[in-house]
Design a protein. Structure first.
Length: 183
């Protein structure tokens, strides 16, 4: 009896993800849509969302997107030594969100690469885009050097078909403000 693990599992890609698990969001027409409610802790003294918290909302959305696609980041790191890190993040802050707003972070795969991904993310309130983000994610090995994305991960990410070189979920190109973050 073979105890060999299927290729997808060996690369940290789990089987079919559960539907309706807390916080995962949903795949809709090749895009990941992740709901966020603005809490008091997210706002500044002026009562609007503090700019850095949009980056947190986007990070949560990316993490839940991977989880929804069956990519277990902890397992991927433990078994292969591969991790993901933000290499570049450009943000265009258009309008503020406020306490109790219900937002959505919409994520599309703008440009797949061998060792990195460019994702277009938009934080929206209804049909209105508040913040557009252009995020480049690098796949790194144990020595923090660029590493090729495992094929099962690439296949899982293939479920995002929004990346045909378009303008992404925010409706325009990269933002004006550039913020670099280490993870």
């Amino acid at each position: 009896m073979s105890t060999a693990m299927p290729m997808a599992e060996a690369a940290g890609v789990a089987g079919a993800p559960g539907i309706g698990e807390p916080g995962q969001g949903r795949l809709l027409a090749g895009r990941h849509v992740f709901p966020v409610r603005v809490y008091y802790e997210d706002t500044d003294a002026g009562g609007i969302v503090y700019y850095a918290n949009y980056l947190k909302f986007a990070e949560r959305a990316r993490t839940e997107l991977l989880r929804l696609l069956g990519i277990d980041q902890a397992r991927l790191a433990a078994e292969t030594g591969l991790v993901f890190a933000v290499r570049r993040c450009a943000a265009d802050y258009r309008k503020p969100a406020r306490l109790d707003d219900v937002l959505e972070v919409v994520t599309t795969l703008a440009e797949p690469g061998r060792a990195r991904l460019t994702l277009a993310q938009a934080v929206r309130r209804g049909a209105e885009t508040l913040v557009s983000l252009d995020v480049q994610i690098a796949c790194l090995d144990r020595d923090l050097r660029p590493a090729r994305l495992p094929d099962p991960v690439r296949r899982a990410l293939g479920r995002l078909d929004g990346g045909s070189g378009g303008s992404g979920p925010g409706g325009s190109g990269p933002g004006e403000t550039t913020t670099t973050t280490g993870r």
